[in-house]
Write a protein that binds this ligand. Structure first.
Ligand SMILES: O=C(O)CCC(=O)C(=O)O
Length: 290
C-alpha cells in the first residue's frame, strides 16, 4: 500500500477542511433524545449525591467533586455510570471522525497498534449561574499529548474531545468558547492566565479577543482538538443548569491523565472494541496478555 494514499473515511471533505481550519466541528443531533434523557437521569442522581457530599466522594465507580469552585459539580469516569455511558465510548455519531483526526484509521499508523483509540479522561460537569472555565490550552503549548498535527496529508492529533450537550446551551448559559484557528498558534493568547497566577483564578473566557461561543442544542456535540485555546463563558442565566459530558480520545499508546482507572467489572462486561478503548493495555505486567 502507498503510505501517502488518502485514507478511505466517512468523514466528509468539508469536515476535514473545517476541522483543519478552525480546530473544531459542531455535530448537530449527535445524540438521540432517548440517550440524552438517560444521561440526564444519571446527572439527576449525581447532583443529589453531590449536594449531600461536599468535596470528593464516590458515586459507584464515578468520582464526584463538589468543591464549590466555579467549574461546578465534576464527575470523572463517566463510562462507569451505566449502559448509555458505555454506548458513548464508540458512538457512531463521532467515532469514525475521532479515528480520522487522531490518525488511527490509517493502517500504516502505529498509533492504533493497541486498539482504535484510547479515552484518557471521561468527565462531566453540572454548572449553575456564576460558573465558568478559564481560557487554557492553545497551539503554542506544543505538547504531543494534546497537539494538533497534520503531516503528509494525514491528521495525527494527540487529543480530540467530544463535548456533549445535555441541555440547550445558548447565550447566557455558559457556553464552551474557543478561539478558532488557535490550535495552530505559535504565540500564547495574551489574555491567558499565567501558571503562577492560576491558584484561585476565577476567570472565564468572556472578553477574550478572538473567542466565540459554541452554542449547542441538547443532543449536539462539539468535537475539538485539545490544542485549541478554549474554556467557557460565565453562566449568567439564573435559572437552570448547563450539563455537559466530555470524552477525550487519543492514540492507543496513551495513558490515563488522572489517577483513576476503569473498574474490573467494567472491563469484564465491555465488548472487545470498547474494552480496548478504555484500557488498551489490560495487564501491562503479564507477558503476552494483550
Ligand atoms: O467546560 C467547558 O465548556 C470547556 C471544557 C474544557 O475546558 C475542557 O474540555 O478542557
Amino acid at each position: 500500500m502507498n503510505a501517502n494514499a488518502p485514507i478511505k473515511t466517512s468523514v466528509t471533505e468539508m469536515e476535514r477542511y473545517l476541522f483543519d481550519l478552525n480546530g473544531y466541528l459542531i455535530l448537530k443531533g449527535a445524540l438521540s433524545a432517548g440517550e440524552v434523557d438517560q444521561m440526564n437521569e444519571t446527572y439527576d442522581r449525581v447532583e443529589e449525591h453531590a449536594r449531600a457530599n461536599q468535596g470528593r466522594s464516590w458515586f459507584g465507580n464515578v468520582l464526584i467533586s463538589n468543591s464549590g469552585k466555579q467549574e461546578g459539580i465534576g464527575m470523572q469516569q463517566l463510562y462507569e455510570a451505566g449502559p448509555v455511558w458505555e454506548q458513548l465510548i464508540d458512538h457512531p455519531s463521532w467515532f469514525d471522525k475521532i479515528r480520522h483526526f487522531i490518525g488511527t484509521d490509517d493502517p500504516e499508523n502505529f498509533d492504533g497498534h493497541h486498539g482504535p483509540a484510547f479515552i484518557d479522561e471521561c468527565f462531566g460537569t453540572i454548572r449553575v449561574a456564576g460558573d465558568a472555565q478559564r481560557l487554557h490550552s492553545g497551539g503554542h503549548v506544543g505538547t504531543v499529548r494534546t497537539q494538533y498535527r497534520f503531516h503528509a496529508g494525514k491528521f495525527h492529533c494527540g487529543q480530540v474531545n467530544i463535548l456533549m450537550a445535555m441541555t440547550d446551551i445558548g447565550p447566557g448559559d455558559g457556553a464552551t468558547m474557543v478561539v478558532p484557528g488557535s490550535h495552530k498558534s505559535n504565540i500564547a493568547h495574551p489574555q491567558t492566565v499565567p501558571v503562577e497566577k492560576r491558584a484561585g483564578d476565577a476567570s472565564s473566557m468572556d472578553g477574550v479577543e478572538g473567542a466565540i461561543e459554541a452554542h449547542l442544542a441538547k443532543g449536539d456535540a462539539l468535537l475539538f482538538v485539545d490544542a485549541i485555546a478554549h474554556g467557557s463563558a460565565r453562566r449568567t442565566n439564573q435559572q437552570g443548569q448547563r450539563r455537559v459530558a466530555v470524552y477525550r480520545y487519543g492514540p492507543s499508546w496513551g495513558f490515563f491523565r488522572l489517577p483513576v482507572r476503569p473498574s474490573r467489572e467494567l472491563l469484564e462486561r465491555l465488548p472487545e472494541q470498547r474494552r480496548k478503548i478504555v484500557m488498551p493495555h489490560p495487564d501491562p505486567l503479564v507477558p503476552g496478555a494483550a
